[in-house]
Each structure stands twice: as C-alpha cells, then as structure tokens.
Design a protein around this ligand. Structure first.
Ligand SMILES: [Zn+2]
Length: 430
C-alpha cells in the first residue's frame, strides 16, 4: 500500500554548498514536505502538497526545524562504554581504555548488546547514518550491521585491522585481515542500505604487509570506502616516522600501500604538511573533522578555513568514544568553537551542512541522503528550537531563522529531537 505523509515545519533544503556562496543563499526554505514510501517526493507550501496528495496523512511540526538526519562520518561504536574516560593522550588512551574494552568484543553477545545500545543512543540524538570502526573481531562487524539493518539505517562500517603494537588478543595478520574483510564485504556490502568500509586502524598498528594486503583488497573492491586515522597527535606522527623511515610523511605511508583515493576517509588530519594537504586535495579524499575529540584528547586545532581554501572535502564526526558526545549538535558547537580559535567563523548553515550534506558527500552517499529534495531517501530529524528553558529564552529574542537555530546548535542536546524518520518511518525500537 502506498504511504503518503506531509510534514510541516521549517523545511531546510540546501541548494548550494554554503562554503561556495553566501551561506544564507545556500538554503531554500519550504513550509512542508511530502513523503511517499520512504522517499521525499516534493517540498513546497502546504496547500500545493495537499492538492498533490489529498490522501496523505498530515504531521504538523510548525516552528520546528526539519533537516536531513545527521550523518556522523567517523565513530567507534565499541567505545560507547568508555566515552569520557579521564586523563590520557592518544596512545596511552588506546592502551588504558580502548584496547581492554575492545577485547570484550570477542563475545558476540557483548558486541550485539553494544551495537544496539550505541545505535539507540545515536538515533536519540538525531543521527541517522554513521561510519563506524568496529573491533578486529569479524563478529563485531556482524553485530553492528545486524543492528543497523534491523533499524533500516543507511550505515557504513568495517573490521578494524591491527597486526602489531596492540594486545595479542586483538591482533590479526595481514592474511586474516584480508580474508575476514573480504568475507564481510561479501556478506554485507550493498545489502539493504549497508556499505562496507575497509578499515586499518592507523599506520602504527598495521605492518607494511597488512597495509599492502588492505590496499590490494580495496583495489579489488573499489566501490568500498576506506577509513583510517591520519596525523591526529604530534607523538603519533613521530611514531609513524620511526616505524616507516622510508615514507616521505604520514600520508605517504597510506599512499605507498594503495590506501589513498577519493573514497578514502581520514579521521582528524590535523597536523598536515603542505605536501600532504596538496596530495589530499588532488586525490579527492575526505578529511573528517572530529572537534570534540580533538579538544578532549588534546590533539590540536583543525584549521577548517585553511582546509576549505585548499579545496578539501570535509566531513564532520563525533569520533565517539575519543569524542566526548554522541550529539552532532554538540559536535557542530565544537566545530564552531574551534573555528573561532583558528579564525574562521562558521555560519549555522555551514555547521548544519557539515553535519548533513557535507558528511554525506564525504561518504559518497550524497545522491541518497543529506539533503531534503525530491528523490532523496526520507531520513529526517525534526528539531524543537526551544527545547530547554535556556534555549527558549534565547530563541524568543531571535530576529531571523538563523538566529532562531543557532542557540540549539550551541546548547541543544537529545531533548531537541522532536521527531526522527528513517525512510519516512518513525523510529522503531531496536
Ligand atoms: Zn577515531
């Protein structure tokens, strides 16, 4: 049976990249949108849409912001239970908190429970798509995709490959990383709304042989994404230089092994050399900005203005659990704050674009999600722009739509999520 629904509110449609023109000119506002069988059919004024679909059910969210579901381009779902762990820098953070937690994912029941918990939390915060690192256990990937599939999500994930500088219980080998990943691609890639991401954790925990094996795997499956970490902390960069003395720089390690391309996602990418920045923009790879993580772990300031000027493709992410929040609203606020510290004042349209269309473009999903337009999948989040007494007080003083939205970006959390749709359907319990 055909299902039609009209939803009213401040429907935000990006028609341009807000970094390429005046941000306010990048958005067209509509009074309502029409969904049919999970797809956005039309946007426009309510009367016109009612004429177009007289039998449609009507859901009124007048005064709320209706935007694409948030897209979190870099997360570690296995780190859900260790978010906000105190007092470490990257490498000892991995050893003290991350690796012991990831070892627990040898138990498929633990992995299944963690995946359910993680997706319930992110959905409650308005995030409808993530790209997740799993653990080195293939079953952790099965658990994640099973939970995402049950919720009807468009989601990306991969087995985190590591064959050195990690506890033996978490280490695979070059061959098993290749074989496990290939089997997971066959099982999950392109199934329903799921896509596989080839996932070396980062250069220090993979041998040259393993990186080469994963480069070969990507060459055999070029429609998969590839995600890893790049130049997050100064100590890490020095360690990579020690481990790969022949490499020109950190990025060169990945490039040498076939792990640079336009479907590559590099988390952090804070401390880039001029050569690295130039190679990244030439390759079309995406830099994933993780602002709460970068301040929480003390990694540094991602200079978004400079990266935009270089023409880099940029996505936005929480990096849970190195990041300190599941919320893309909080993440947009942190991006704004780090922008302030690096001399780039991000407009609310630019922040919302990074969390939706920008991250969709980074994940090569921009033809399906991340924008409200006819033909797009109806993954939507509806934001109450006066969700707490403090935000409501500030909202009452707003003199235009952007001024009405900005307090929710800066101070909003899961209480702002009024409604959420996955392919047009209200959230169902996992
Ligand atoms: Zn990460």
């Amino acid at each position: 049976m055909t299902r039609h629904e009209i939803i009213t509110g401040h429907v935000m449609s990006f028609t341009e990249d807000p970094f390429s023109i005046a941000p306010t000119a990048s958005v067209t506002w509509h009074e309502a949108l029409l969904i049919r069988d999970g797809t956005i059919i039309a946007t426009g004024d309510l009367d016109t849409l009612r004429q177009q679909a007289p039998s449609a059910t009507l859901t009124r969210h007048d005064g709320c912001l209706i935007c694409p579901g948030f897209i979190d381009a870099h997360v570690h779902y296995p780190q859900t239970a260790i978010i906000a762990s105190w007092g470490a820098r990257l490498i000892d953070w991995l050893e003290r908190y991350t690796f012991p937690e990831e070892m627990r994912f040898a138990d498929p029941a633990h992995a299944a429970a963690a995946a359910d918990r993680y997706l319930d939390l992110t959905l409650a915060h308005g995030t409808t798509t993530v790209s997740s690192f799993c653990t080195s256990h293939a079953a952790s990937v099965d658990a994640f995709f099973t939970a995402a599939q049950a919720r009807g999500l468009r989601a990306a994930a991969g087995k985190t490959c590591m064959d050195r500088n990690a506890p033996p219980a978490l280490c695979d080998t070059a061959q098993s990383a290749y074989d496990d990943s290939a089997a997971l691609i066959a099982r999950w890639h392109g199934v329903d709304r799921l896509c596989y991401v080839i996932t070396p954790r980062f250069a220090p925990t993979s041998s040259a042989d393993q990186l080469a094996a994963l480069g070969a795997l990507w060459a055999n499956h070029p429609d998969c994404l590839m995600q890893t970490h790049l130049s997050e902390q100064i100590e890490e960069i020095a360690w990579v230089a020690e481990l790969f003395p022949k490499a020109r720089d950190y990025l060169d390690v990945y490039e040498t092994f076939g792990l640079l391309g336009d479907r590559a996602l590099f988390g952090h990418a804070i401390h880039l050399t001029a050569r690295e920045a130039s190679r990244l923009s030439q390759s079309g790879a995406a830099l994933i900005h993780c602002p709460t993580s970068n301040s929480f772990i003390g990694s540094g300031l991602f200079d978004i203005g400079r990266r935009l000027a270089e023409g880099q493709r940029i996505g936005l992410a929480t990096d849970t659990g190195g990041g300190s929040s599941f919320s893309m609203l909080r993440t947009m606020a942190a991006a704004y704050e780090i922008g302030q510290l690096t001399g780039t004042v991000l407009h609310p349209a630019q922040l919302l674009w990074l969390a939706t269309a920008g991250s969709a473009r980074a994940l090569h999903m921009g033809d399906r999600i991340g924008t409200i337009a006819p033909g797009m999948e109806a993954d939507l989040v509806v934001l109450d722009l006066a969700s707490t007494p403090a935000i409501a007080t500030r909202h009452a003083r707003a003199d235009d739509i952007w001024d009405a939205i900005f307090p929710t970006i800066m101070m909003g959390d899961d209480r702002a999520i009024r409604d959420l749709r996955i392919m047009g359907q209200p959230l169902r319990a996992g």
